[in-house]
Design a protein around this ligand. Structure first.
Ligand SMILES: Cc1cn([C@H]2C[C@H](O)[C@@H](COP(=O)(O)OP(=O)(O)O[C@H]3O[C@H](C)C(=O)[C@H](O)[C@H]3O)O2)c(=O)[nH]c1=O
Length: 187
């Protein structure tokens, strides 16, 4: 596997080793031993899958400490723009975001440590999104930031007026409003 750091400390792009042949290809989506040997020591305890249509936007979501989640995300079918926003109060990149195209074609994985808001927009007709979490879902600790917050200035690569958003996400607060309740301390 190849691990690439990003300009936001902690966010990593992981390229699994792909074994191609006349039938197609094979790759290990996760292997505790080889990931730990590469200093990816996160202990995942919950796997999630979401199916989405083109122009769907999920997020930006996070869970308050001590229920914050690190995530290892991957697209199994289709293509998304995946976005992580740094909410770690002592981080030099606090409030900054990183966006990356993840697809069944590029087979890239994106590692997002605890302390980030996470969201995605669907660029293909359909998308199967799979991710591992290192903490359980906790509805009471769930918070969010409006994906279209002009202060974040995220280009979701879709026509925002055609975005398909859940009623819950429609009314998420701005970064500045949500900031009043951040509880991310460096673990
Ligand atoms: C996240 C989650 C949700 N649910 C239930 C709660 C709702 O009744 C239903 C749909 O949840 P939601 O609309 O929050 O699903 P997404 O919008 O895909 O949420 C995710 O979106 C962004 C991209 C994330 O990174 C988070 O993992 C997560 O917040 O599934 C569960 O039962 N377990 C879970 O872990």
């Amino acid at each position: 596997m190849k691990i690439t750091k990003t300009e936001i400390p902690g966010l990593l792009i992981i390229e699994p080793k792909i074994f191609g042949d006349s039938r197609g290809c094979f790759f290990e989506l996760f292997n505790q031993k080889s990931y730990q040997e590469n200093d990816l020591k996160t202990n995942y305890i919950q796997d999630n899958v979401s199916y989405s249509s083109k122009n769907a936007v999920r997020g930006l979501h996070y869970q308050l400490s001590p229920f914050a989640q690190a995530k290892l995300v991957q697209v199994l079918h289709g293509k998304v723009l995946d976005v992580a926003v740094d909410l770690r109060e002592n981080s030099p990149t606090y409030g900054q975001h990183y966006a990356i195209e993840l697809s069944a074609e590029n087979k890239l994985q994106f590692y997002i440590p605890r302390g980030f808001a996470h969201g995605l927009s669907v660029l293909s007709d359909h998308c199967v999104f799979y991710y591992k979490c290192d903490n359980f879902y906790n509805h009471e600790a769930e918070r969010g930031i409006n994906f279209n917050d002009p202060e974040l200035g995220i280009d979701w690569k879709i026509p925002v007026d055609q975005a398909i958003v859940s009623p819950k996400d429609e009314v998420l607060p701005s970064f500045k409003e949500a900031e009043k309740n951040f509880f991310f301390k460096e673990d």
